[in-house]
Design a protein around this ligand. Structure first.
Ligand SMILES: *Cc1c(COP(=O)(O)O)cnc(C)c1O
Length: 432
């Protein structure tokens, strides 16, 4: 498989080169030259196929000959080595729980796959690779956990001081070894722009092999389509495929699902569920796209004003707004609606949503309201304990901490404090 840059000014590369580079030299996102068709015979028997085997068969054509079959099978098996259950919330709505990984959010799958691929590639690579990543919360922990102890790779995580939750901060600052956390006196946008400046800087380019670990990177983006296959594996009614609602920020998750759909996975319709950062729902409604600056909300992992994967969404449907809206409907969900949904669902079914899953749930309820008999799935992207204040206030009781979270509170935070602005980061990176 070859990958081309969506800016069309850089040469095509294979999966290995696309993963190591992160972004194309012309600053475009990489996109596969074709979307592999999922074997219809596999879809027929999908409920009887193991998740490891299914993951291997889906990822194989994307990876091509960049990784041998035995290594790829090991990598996907480690990637999906935790439960991803589909639970029914009520008559119409089920929840695909993507938060049973080590950092309690769905980014574990992408981060684990990417880290293992990069670890594999670094064996044939001269020098160390530095992964530089900015996080608004969940990416940092997933990347730290995924890359911990991977030979040949150093990870530097920038996070905004005081703007991530306690669990999120501990997850990204307590790893040690090859993981370094930089606590930036600024916002997430400051962190993001420091990282962007680093990728553009000629001195750093010369000295370090830098790559990104957000969903720009194909090795983090593409394995997310596995969620949609796991959902279908557990879906009972083969004659009526699910409507799937995806809580979206940078749109890596939804675009990955669209790749599986384009490859033949049955899905009735997709819901792009956003908080008030709704550039994409607005595009779906009006045909006009305009990036905005991010507004803080209680579903903070989706506070993205200019979603980087929007160009991939357009590419999947050949830039045809008409075709796009046949398959995707967008919703804008306010914080009040999000809180109300957490409370209502808890009262009516006992199920506890996190704020991101609640955004998806609200949107799916709206979509299904005039379609009796239709059923759908929300992607529950984070464990509610990652957002205890919001969730406990909405349900009126306290949450039990899972083991993965309680263990964190005994550990020592280690972070290097830094001011916002590129020069200090550059000096620090050059002097390591
Ligand atoms: C990152 C994140 C999202 C948004 O996913 P995108 O792929 O950026 O659209 C949603 N929910 C949670 C909990 C997240 O961490």
């Amino acid at each position: 498989m070859q990958y081309h840059s969506l800016n069309k000014q850089s040469p095509s590369v294979n999966f290995r080169e696309a993963t190591i580079a992160g972004q194309a030299p012309d600053k475009g996102l990489y996109f596969p030259d074709h979307i592999p068709v999922i074997d219809p015979a596999l879809l027929q028997v999908i409920a009887d196929v193991s998740r490891e085997e299914l993951s291997f068969r889906i990822m194989r054509p994307y990876v091509g000959d960049a990784i041998d079959e035995e290594s790829l099978f090991r990598i996907v098996s480690e990637t999906v080595g935790f439960p991803i259950p589909l639970l029914q919330i009520n008559e119409q709505i089920s929840s695909l729980e993507l938060f049973h990984g080590p950092t309690l959010a769905f980014k574990d799958v992408g981060a684990r796959f990417m880290s293992r691929c990069l670890g594999h590639f670094s064996k044939q690579n001269k020098g160390r690779i530095t992964v530089l990543v900015a996080t608004s919360g969940d990416t940092g922990g997933a990347v730290a956990n995924g890359f911990l102890g991977v030979d040949g790779v150093d990870v530097v995580i920038l996070y905004p001081s005081g703007k991530v939750s306690a669990v999120q901060e501990l997850q990204l600052t307590t790893c040690g070894q090859n993981i370094t956390a930089l606590e930036i006196a600024g916002s997430f946008d400051d962190c993001q722009s420091m990282v962007k400046d680093a990728f553009m800087d000629a001195d750093l380019q010369r000295t370090l092999q830098l790559t990104s670990a957000n969903s720009i990177n194909v090795a983090r983006w593409l394995p997310q389509q596995l969620y949609y296959l796991f959902a279908y594996q557990q879906w009972q009614d083969r004659s009526r495929p699910p409507v799937i609602a995806v809580p979206s920020g940078n749109f890596g998750n939804l675009c990955a699902g669209l790749m599986a759909f384009a490859g033949g996975l049955p899905v009735t319709h997709f819901i792009a569920a956003c908080n008030v950062n709704d550039a994409v729902p607005e595009y779906l409604r009006t045909g006009n796209y305009s990036a905005k600056s991010a507004i803080p909300t209680i579903s903070n992992a989706m506070d993205v004003g200019a979603p980087s994967n929007f160009v991939r969404l357009l590419e999947i449907f050949g830039n045809d707004h008409q075709r796009i809206v046949e398959h995707i409907t967008g919703y804008t969900v306010t914080d009040d609606q999000t809180r109300q949904t957490i409370a209502d669902i808890f009262r009516s079914s006992g199920y506890v949503l996190d704020p991101h899953g609640a955004v998806a749930c609200y949107a799916l309820q709206q979509f299904l309201a005039d379609k009796p008999g239709r059923k759908g799935i929300i992607l529950e992207t984070a464990h509610p304990v990652k957002f205890p204040e919001t969730v406990e206030a909405a349900i009126g009781q306290s949450l039990a901490m899972p083991e993965a979270a309680t263990a964190l509170f005994g550990r020592q935070k280690q972070a290097i404090k830094m001011n916002a602005g590129f020069q200090e980061l550059k000096d620090w990176l050059m002097s390591r």
